[in-house]
Design a protein around this ligand. Structure first.
Ligand code: DC
Length: 231
């Protein structure tokens, strides 16, 4: 059977990674969470005191980029690959609201994008990959056979994200989560390098009123149809 590249882009907290993981499992494909890579660089930036609420030393970050090694290791019990920064598992640390509050600034740096896009292209070079992010269908794999663009209202997304953070035990307020979602939408869509835009040939999926099962079945069907069309 032909293997394809599946690019899933969209706004933050639209459930891209949930459906991407399900899809990769069903098809026996590799799943790559590119947001985790930008979050890993952000975590490094924070750990090294290069970013705070009022300051971001992007020049120092660019200079230190060669020291940053991001890798993924499959976790059998979780069923997906966790992200490592210089061989340390940082999967949990990168999902905090603090990392979310800085990540769009770090992701707007062209040198950071260049490094991560190169690694993403290597990870997907043999096809059979489901990759989610903001620029997968436009920049990383413009030739992807199936491109999806996920949307939902900011309120719906903030509610979902708030629930996730609360379930993890994080002490957060809904209004701060909503503010973060709106701020990231703005920065990710308006940055100069690789802004979040829907690729012309992407299929838009608004999941505001879809259950996870409905969404998964719809997307699995689209993937199967795309694969069959190539045979
Ligand atoms: O998918 P996520 O919320 O974990 O992504 C975190 C941030 O990383 C997001 O706000 C924008 C950035 N990002 C990006 O610029 N390009 C990607 N391909 C993936 C994420």
């Amino acid at each position: 059977m032909n293997k394809i590249t599946i690019a899933i882009d969209g706004f933050s907290s639209t459930g891209k990674s949930t459906v991407a993981k399900q899809l990769a499992k069903a098809l026996g494909y590799v799943y790559v969470d590119t947001g985790a890579m930008y979050r890993a660089v952000t975590f490094y930036t924070m750990q090294n005191g290069l970013i705070s609420k009022d300051d971001f030393n992007s020049e120092a970050l660019i200079y230190q980029l060669p020291n940053i090694n991001i890798s993924f290791k499959f976790n059998e019990s979780l069923g997906f690959a966790e992200v490592y920064l210089n061989d340390v598992n940082i999967e949990k640390q990168i999902r905090t609201l603090e990392v979310s509050s800085y990540v769009s600034k770090v992701a707007a740096i062209s040198e950071v994008r260049l490094k991560l896009v190169e690694q993403q292209q290597k990870l997907g070079q043999n096809k059979g990959v489901v990759m989610d992010g903001r620029d997968i269908g436009t920049v990383v794999f413009p030739e992807a056979e199936l491109k999806l663009f996920m949307t939902a209202s900011a309120k719906t997304r903030a509610e979902r994200r708030f629930q996730e953070l609360i379930e993890r035990g994080d002490k957060v307020e809904y209004k701060d989560v909503l503010k973060n979602v709106e701020e990231r939408d703005y920065i990710d869509s308006n940055r100069e390098d690789s802004p979040l835009v829907k690729a012309k040939d992407a299929i838009e999926i608004d999941n505001s009123h879809m259950t996870l099962d409905e969404q998964f079945n719809k997307i699995l069907q689209l993937a199967k149809m795309t694969i069959e069309d190539l045979e």
